[in-house]
Design a protein around this ligand. Structure first.
Ligand code: NAD
Length: 257
């Protein structure tokens, strides 16, 4: 059987990289993407370790033309994208009244608009092949809010809404679309928040993990990236065709409250 190809945005760091490793270990062909300066070598290393074909693109999520080009290049190389994982994301923590406008637009652009542009770009191929799996890495913040994260919460709620519509439109063509909604995962995105969280909450940085991040999770530990990879792998297989339009919390019980 032909190997399937998975495009994962933001896959040269954190959650995306963890998911890429999971797919590489199962023999999928990979399209890596991310803005890390050593992204190309990270991609080569992961693909090399598992002997899978791959390509790397540094397409910027804020540039719709670059996203289209990345999909065209991947289609030329692999014949199309079977699985799209919209994972790239950024965060900014600040009260609404002092939230920087440029951060608002970048967060919505990277976390939400890019998912729309990429879904649109891969759709014709998936439709023609009568197979597609689109997985959006949303967040517990796609289901519930926290203070000081207005743009992120808006983007992730939007992504969950987009997931449902894509699921309805994809159903006749065996294209599924689901959102994974993680709680806190220890990645560079989270580590970068510590100083701002301490400032906005008026607590020392050493107390941020317990008092802010894990405070709302019933399970007081960070979610392992391997668990997210396992969930993505499950949603990607042929047999998961009836799982669609869902927003699956992997959040240590946070959104159960
Ligand atoms: P990370 O900072 O480790 O990785 C983010 C990736 O996105 C990087 O590869 C980065 O280069 C890429 N990226 C950022 N801006 C980009 C742009 N303009 N164009 C192209 N690529 C860009 O972060 P992470 O924690 O692994 O986050 C991955 C996803 O998971 C994000 O969507 C985030 O919102 C979501 N998420 C993270 C957590 C968490 O606790 N870490 C929780 C819930 C959801």
């Amino acid at each position: 059987m032909k190997k399937k190809t998975v495009l994962i945005t933001g896959s040269t760091s954190g959650i995306g990289l963890g998911i890429a490793k999971g797919f590489a270990a199962k023999g999928y062909q990979l399209v890596f993407n991310g803005l890390e300066s050593n992204g190309a070598s990270i991609a080569a290393e992961v693909a090399g370790e598992h002997g899978v074909d791959y390509m790397f693109s540094a397409a910027n999520m804020l540039d719709p033309d670059a996203l289209k080009k990345m999909v065209e290049e991947a289609t030329a190389m692999f014949g199309g994208i079977d699985i799209l994982i919209n994972n790239a994301g950024i965060q900014h923590v600040a009260p609404i009244e002092s939230f920087p406008d440029n951060k608002w637009y970048d967060i919505i652009g990277i976390n939400l608009h890019a998912a729309y542009h990429l879904t649109k770009a891969v759709w014709p191929y998936m439709k023609e092949r009568q197979f597609g799996r689109i997985i959006n890495i949303a967040s517990a913040h796609g289901l519930v809010a926290s203070e000081f994260k207005s743009a992120y919460v808006a983007a992730k709620h939007g992504l969950v809404g987009f997931t449902k519509t894509a699921a309805l439109e994809g159903a006749p063509f065996n294209i599924t679309c689901n959102a994974i909604c993680p709680g806190y995962v220890k990645t560079p995105l989270v580590e970068k928040q510590v100083a701002d969280q301490a400032l906005t909450h008026g607590i020392p940085e050493s107390e941020v993990a317990a008092k802010v991040m894990l405070h709302k999770q019933a399970v007081k530990s960070f979610v392992p990236v391997e668990v997210l990879a396992e969930m993505a792998l499950l949603l990607a297989v042929e047999g998961s065709g009836t799982i669609t339009g869902t927003a699956i919390p992997l959040d240590g019980g946070w959104s159960a409250q």
